[in-house]
Design a protein around this ligand. Structure first.
Ligand code: NDP
Ligand code: 2IT
Length: 450
């Protein structure tokens, strides 16, 4: 059965490497669930799950500041509405392909199921690169993108949000265009600014949630984050707020990175240095290289394509928080982490570890928190933003943060319970996949063959 489904997706879409990787991982985890529940096979549940309910692919023409016409490709993958409206981010990055968005949408289905909130799964975006573009160019691109997307989304249909390359600025431009086209002020996007329907703690939520999840994992071994040396990758939304919460809890963050290179600051990135990183990345839209100019004790290492490993993961540390992008930890990186004594890997990014790397983590007995559980805090607070929008109310920072903590605790329990029930005690990867899968497929069965 598992082999058959993999063959089906390989035959149907032979070039979708990332999608095959994401499906392969889930299929492996749910084998015992399929064995114990023949009805899932009979109803061809896996075959149905791996086919998106709908894929929208569209042209995005826009004019740059020189008056030249540019054409990008826009996508929205509406993967599953079994437990709620499609929900998931938009990614603007030159590497975006249908395969990447299908992997992200597929993962989102299970992640959202774990959050306890009623959200289906989707993902979208474009191969547009916001880097180096003026605010006006980004605005024109977002307006063109939304002039097609608006007919497919809605607060009860499909609710996009941010992801790589899509933050508060882009969500603002997208929302403005949606509102104009529909003549409707509604919670159709999450990650909105506070003044016009956003939720407190949404910017912080993925990073904070990831650290809350790590703290839960450590607590099973009677440990805390205090005094732990932490390796964090990325320097965007997830990385910044992961670092912020780690610092607050008394951990020492020694690395950050961007797609050009990484910095190592042995003394630790403290709150003041982190404030500089936020200014550098969010306001000045600069590069991490400048961190080493500002703090000369830090070492900057540019990306070296001739290396088969990332130097960031070869530093000594207790905990690792990959928070940049998919497959950023390869098998050599995973080996370095384990050999250097890391005892916890908590995935802020989506699918940051290659399958061989995950096997190494699991075999070595370290605490391994897979992305779809560990980074679910972002979409959880998106769900809370939807709730507040529906009620036309805003909750306090404390209220949202408490709910986020409760949700991350609940996801942690759910993973451990499901793992235990199917014979994988302590395995968060199988636990997350199984718990998400069972909730979604039981809902599909309840709703008939649609
Ligand atoms: P941002 O765009 O804010 O930051 C992305 C960071 O990762 C930047 O530092 C970027 O560097 C780096 N990066 C991006 N692509 C690459 C690449 N190909 N190689 C090396 N570095 C890269 O995105 P987020 O922080 O929002 O997202 C980071 C990860 O977290 C993604 O995997 C995303 O899917 C996941 N995630 C995000 C959530 C959210 O709420 N935002 C929720 C759950 C998961 P540079 O500046 O050079 O581009
Ligand atoms: O990967 C993710 O969970 C996100 N990018 C956030 C999605 C959301 O709808 O908030």
């Amino acid at each position: 059965m598992a082999e058959e489904i993999m063959q089906t997706i390989l035959d149907r879409d032979p070039n979708e490497r990332e999608f095959h990787q994401a499906v392969g991982e889930v299929v492996e985890s749910v084998k015992p669930v399929l064995d114990q529940n023949p009805v899932y096979r009979k109803l061809r549940i896996l075959e149905r799950l791996v086919e998106p309910e709908r894929v929208i692919l569209f042209r995005v023409p826009w004019m740059d500041d020189r008056g030249e016409v540019n054409v990008n490709r826009g996508y929205r993958v509406e993967m599953s509405s079994a437990i709620g409206p499609y929900k998931g981010g938009l990614r603007f990055h030159p590497s975006v392909t249908l395969s990447i968005l299908k992997f992200l949408a597929f993962e989102q289905v299970f992640k959202n199921a774990l959050t306890t909130l009623p959200m289906g799964g989707g993902k979208g975006g474009s191969d547009f690169d916001p880097k180096g573009k003026s605010d006006n160019e980004v605005m024109r691109f977002c307006q063109s993108f939304m002039s097609e997307l608006f007919r497919h989304i809605g607060s009860n249909t499909d609710v996009p949000a941010g992801d790589i390359g899509v933050g508060a600025r882009e969500i603002g431009f997208l929302f403005g265009m949606y509102k104009k086209l529909r003549n409707e002020f509604t919670g159709v996007l999450t990650g909105k600014s506070l003044n016009w329907g956003g939720s407190l703690i949404r910017p912080e939520a993925t990073g904070y949630g990831s650290v809350y999840f790590a703290a839960e994992m450590l607590a099973t071994r009677n440990e805390t984050l205090e005094g732990k040396t932490c390796l964090v990758s990325g320097s965007g939304n997830v990385a910044q707020f992961t670092a912020e919460k780690l610092i607050e809890l008394g951990a020492k963050v020694v690395t950050l990175s961007d797609s050009s290179g990484c910095i190592y600051d042995e003394a630790g990135i403290d709150a003041k240095k982190l404030a500089y990183v936020k200014l550098l990345k969010n306001v000045r839209r600069g590069r991490m290289e400048e961190y080493a100019d500002k703090y000369p004790d830090a070492v900057y290492t540019p990306v070296d394509p001739s290396l088969d490993f990332n130097p960031l993961w070869n530093h000594k540390g207790d905990c690792a928080f990959p928070s940049a992008t998919q497959n950023e930890i390869n098998a050599v990186d995973a080996k370095h982490l384990v050999e250097n004594g890391v005892t916890l890997v908590c995935e802020g990014a989506n699918m940051p570890t290659v399958p061989d790397g995950i096997d190494l983590f699991l075999d070595s007995g370290i605490l391994y928190g897979p992305g779809k559980a560990a980074n679910a805090g972002g979409v959880s607070v998106s769900g809370l933003e939807m709730t507040q929008n529906s009620m036309r109310l805003s909750w306090t920072r404390e209220e949202v943060d408490n709910r986020l903590k409760m949700i991350m605790k609940s996801i942690h329990h759910t993973c451990l319970d499901a793992a235990e029930q199917y014979g994988f005690p302590g395995n968060y990867l199988h636990g997350a996949n199984i718990a998400g899968f069972v909730k979604v497929v039981d809902s599909m069965i309840d709703q008939g063959l649609v």
